[in-house]
Design a protein around this ligand. Structure first.
Ligand SMILES: C[S@@+](CC[C@H](N)C(=O)[O-])C[C@H]1O[C@@H](n2cnc3c(N)ncnc32)[C@H](O)[C@@H]1O
Length: 259
């Protein structure tokens, strides 16, 4: 079966660069996406919204396509896909109740369902393109998830995924994890998750049986008006970084903030 497949990672300038990284086979024990859409948008949506057009370009999403957004969150990529192909041609899934509710509210004409990549509730070959933006590293079974994405994609269609360059230190959270590591050498950052090192997404795509694999780096720039504007969303409990901050006492939080 011939199918175009496209993994990408994202890079950026020193404090805001991203890319693909390594895989330990392990998972964060307490990754939290059981947060409101507003918290997500302030913490990660500020990066994932500007990433979405570049990623959709890379995946060659154009009109007259039926497209699936896997791990849609509150809908940063969904919004871009709707803009390109219209809401009736977009479907989206996410395991987080709060994100599914938010995506439903934001895109009432999009088919939004609560599901994981590993068990997609769609028929074989239902989509022209299946995309996962910043999701593979959170899948419990990344190869299974990518294989499922391939199953629901037509022959000759596109399966695409991107993650931040956590291992290369060019992700938007790298500055934060660098500071955390200076205070605690044993801190478990995100640099060992699936696909977060250069070449590893392509390796996972190959293991999932995909072929004609293309790999590239995507780069975006986001400016923060003040330090507080950058820091405050880390205190909202979103994702591994937010969970890490929430687990620190007030003194350690203050030390990390100062660092
Ligand atoms: C960093 S967010 C990315 C959200 C959105 N794609 C974006 O670009 O803003 C990671 C998302 O992956 C979802 N997720 C976690 N495990 C998943 C899985 N096994 N299958 C699909 N989505 C998953 C989370 O609920 C969360 O919404």
């Amino acid at each position: 079966m011939k199918r175009r497949t496209r993994p990408a990672w994202t890079e950026g300038p020193r404090t805001l660069a991203f890319g693909p990284v390594g895989f330990s086979g392990g998972k964060f024990p307490a990754v939290s996406f059981a947060v409101g859409a507003d918290a997500y948008d302030r913490f990660m949506g500020r990066y994932s919204a500007p990433l979405a057009p570049a990623f959709a370009d890379f995946a060659a999403v154009v009109g007259a396509s039926r497209v699936l957004d896997v791990g849609c969150g509150p809908g940063s990529l969904t919004a871009e896909l709707v803009r390109r192909v219209g809401p009736a041609a977009v479907a989206a899934v996410d395991p987080s109740d709060s994100f599914v509710t938010a995506a439903h509210a934001r895109f009432p004409a999009v088919d939004v369902r609560r599901a994981t990549a590993e068990q997609l509730p769609f028929e074989d070959r239902a989509f022209h393109a299946t995309l996962a933006q910043l999701v593979v590293h959170f899948m419990s079974e990344p190869v299974t998830g990518l294989r499922e994405m391939a199953r629901v994609t037509r022959d000759g269609g596109v399966v695409a995924a991107c993650v931040w360059d956590h291992d290369g230190g060019e992700g938007p959270l790298s500055l934060f994890w660098d500071a955390a590591r200076e205070l605690d050498r044993d801190v478990e950052d995100e640099s060992r998750l699936a696909g977060t090192r250069k070449g590893h997404l392509a390796q996972l795509f190959g293991e999932a049986g995909l072929d004609a694999i293309e790999e590239t780096a995507l780069r975006i720039t986001v400016e923060h008006p003040t330090f507080e504007d950058w820091w405050e969303p880390f205190t909202l409990g979103v994702g591994p970084a937010g969970v890490y901050v929430a687990g620190l006492d007030v003194i350690r939080q203050g030390e990390l903030r100062e660092r």
